[in-house]
Design a protein around this ligand. Structure first.
Ligand SMILES: [Zn+2]
Length: 188
């Protein structure tokens, strides 16, 4: 993906890493349903919004809300090629998948209902490949559900010398909506 607008991120200057990963991002993470046009998604810019679970903090990502608030219906696809670096439970993120792109961007998909069958750490993933299903897991011990509406939390982390630094996924997701795949959903 190449951005057509000149610097849309006026609060940061584009580093060479950012230019590299912009080109790696290919698909919106939740495809449209090929059979049911009522299954839609929506998202707004909630970057740095207030969150209180686990202590006061700010929101390090973008939440994509599904119109049908039922876990396990909407598939999640990888937005880029990469390697599955992390897979498993996190207290905040629930069942999550972390994928590292070739340029080093870390893509964090959280609150999944389940993973794609046989997905494991170290797997090579292609953009558009299903990695799991949107859910409502997290905010507790392993298996906790129902603490919030069904949604996908997406985080983007850029590698810096002292570790990965979160950036706002929102403008990238807006662009990626132009390349939303269609997928044959499971029956709700
Ligand atoms: Zn979130």
């Amino acid at each position: 993906m190449v951005f057509s607008l000149e610097n849309r991120f006026s609060n940061r200057k584009d580093t060479s890493e950012e230019i590299a990963f912009q080109e790696e991002l290919e698909y919106f993470p939740i495809p449209l349903s090929a059979s049911d046009s009522n299954l839609t998604t929506s998202f707004v810019d909630t970057w740095q919004g207030s969150r209180t679970y686990g202590g006061d903090r700010t929101h390090e990502g973008c939440d994509i809300i599904t119109s049908l608030d039922v876990p396990g219906v909407y598939p999640v696809v990888s937005i880029s090629d990469g390697i599955v670096e992390k897979l498993g439970w996190l207290e905040l993120g629930g069942y999550r998948v972390g994928i590292r792109t070739d340029s080093g961007l870390y893509l964090y998909y959280a609150h999944l209902e389940s993973y794609a069958p046989d997905l494991k750490e170290g797997d090579r993933i292609t953009a558009g490949e299903c990695i799991g299903f949107v859910g409502d897991t997290g905010y507790g011990e392993e298996g906790t559900t129902g603490q919030f509406v069904t949604h996908l939390h997406m985080g983007f982390y850029v590698p810096e010398t002292d570790g990965d630094v979160a950036i706002n996924p929102y403008p990238y997701l807006v662009e990626l909506q132009k390349t939303q795949l269609k997928y044959k959903y499971q029956e709700p």
